[in-house]
Design a protein around this ligand. Structure first.
Ligand SMILES: [Zn+2]
Length: 451
């Protein structure tokens, strides 16, 4: 569909009907990115004060928590004062949703269920203007990848299994000018079908799960296939983008990859610019790094959503890990930068004493195996219990278990007890989660036993 027709006849009318006025926000979001870091901090402080005051006055949960910690909204005089406020977790959201949410009668509030594939699912509410701001920040970032609102999208994603949901998503996809390619049943026949459809559809960009786009890219280069010239970029999301995947996608498609990081609870959190920096959506949220138990400058990501007044989220622990960059980006944008994000696609691993092991360490082991032996097609690391780890590997022909397995074990036991049980299992493929996501590092321990 033509981009202008899609934008003005479908996308915008649908969002307006839902009360989400995205378009009027766009100029201010474009302007925000060129502000200086100090100007951004000033605006953030104002937004932080507003949401803290609102939550204290309207949410039963926050009033109770603030009172218990002896904090009042007027205590927030600078951004750092946010540390006076207690953190909240996904468990808090699940257990206290009714008290956290503000009992507004706005029928336009949207329900958003998130996190079902990687843990406990939670349903929260979003008011239309908060959603409109999320979308504005997202479109602003897609502009960095040469994509504008309404541009046709080839979506490499999960497809709902229920018929009713499937019809609903088909309608949404038409309104959003996108075609969905299913992350389930990936095989040569399906990938060829996707390729032919993309050639006909002529999208402006490819969007979706890293692992799926990676597979598709490999298929393209194996079969010497080229993508239509209408495609300007690839936007990857939802899974961790490793250097290996990025290299493979860029080489096979001839397109630049822009990574996106976000979550259902707050929407867009960071996007990659033309210079490869992950800029934080400082306009919509305050991102902090909780260094507790980690090296300086890195730790768990904590976010405060400035605009969600239906389910206010203040100091919400995301369960993801990252490092804040101190460098300014060459693109000149004043938005802060995070690096080395380890999303929930990577679970936290622990040793038998309960000490946390950064998922980056596991990735490091397998990157090192690749460099040294290049004998593993794909892997999955699973923590079964406190001292049992299973490593599933899709072996290449040159895999020699007696060489590579002791090597992995040696690297792993630098972090976990040498008495741990490490089980290697050869598999034909790594199974995807119900959502279609691939989880490379996963823990079957409950969250509580890890902390
Ligand atoms: Zn930049």
């Amino acid at each position: 569909m033509n981009r202008v027709i899609s934008k003005y006849c479908f996308y915008l009318p649908v969002t307006v009907l839902k009360g989400e006025m995205v378009l009027p926000y766009m100029p201010s979001y474009r302007k925000f990115q060129s502000r200086t870091p100090d100007e951004i901090k000033t605006l953030q402080l104002e937004r932080l004060k507003n949401i803290v005051k609102y939550a204290y006055e309207n949410s039963i949960f926050y009033k109770r928590e603030f009172d218990a910690f002896g904090v009042v909204p007027s205590d927030i005089k600078k951004l750092d004062d946010i540390k006076k406020i207690p953190l909240i977790s996904k468990e808090d959201l699940v257990n206290s949703m009714a008290d956290i949410s503000v009992q507004e009668t706005n029928f336009l509030n949207s329900r958003k269920t998130t996190g079902g594939s990687t843990g406990q699912a939670v349903t929260l509410f979003k008011n239309p203007s908060a959603l409109a701001r999320e979308r504005a920040a997202t479109w602003r970032s897609y502009e960095w990848a040469g994509v504008t609102m309404g541009s046709p999208q080839a979506r490499f994603w999960g497809v709902p299994l229920e018929t009713l949901d499937s019809i609903k998503y088909k309608l949404i996809d038409v309104a959003a000018n996108r075609k969905r390619y299913s992350a389930f049943n990936i095989n040569a026949c399906e990938l060829m079908h996707h390729y032919n459809s993309i050639v006909k559809f002529k999208p402006a960009y490819i969007y979706g799960y890293v692992s799926f786009i990676d597979e598709f890219s490999g298929f393209l280069s194996q079969n010497n296939l080229t993508l239509p010239s209408s495609i300007k970029s690839v936007i990857t999301t939802s899974e961790v983008l490793t250097d290996i995947s990025r290299e493979n996608i860029e080489k096979s498609t001839g397109l630049k990859v822009y990574n996106e990081y976000g979550c259902g609870e707050v929407g867009s959190i960071a996007h990659e610019c033309e210079h490869g920096s992950m800029h934080i959506m400082d306009d919509n949220l305050l991102l902090e790094i909780d260094e507790n138990g980690f090296n300086k400058g890195e730790g768990e990501i904590i976010v405060t959503d400035f605009f969600n007044r239906a389910t206010p989220l203040i100091r919400y622990r995301l369960g993801d890990f990252a490092r804040l960059s101190t460098e300014c980006c060459a693109c000149g944008r004043g938005l802060r930068v995070i690096e080395k994000i380890h999303g929930r696609a990577y679970d936290l691993i622990s040793d038998s004493s309960g000490n946390k092991i950064h998922p980056e360490y596991i990735m490091y082991i397998f990157e090192s195996v690749k460099e040294k032996f290049n004998c593993i097609q794909q892997f999955q690391f699973i923590q079964i219990d406190k001292q049992t780890y299973k490593i599933k590997v899709v072996k290449k022909n040159n895999y020699i278990g007696t060489v590579v397995e002791p090597y992995i074990t040696e690297l792993l036991t630098r972090k976990v007890s040498p008495h741990s049980q490490i089980i290697f299992e050869g598999v034909d493929a790594i199974e995807r989660e119900k959502s279609g996501k691939l989880r490379l590092i996963k823990s079957e321990l409950s969250a509580d036993s890890v902390k």
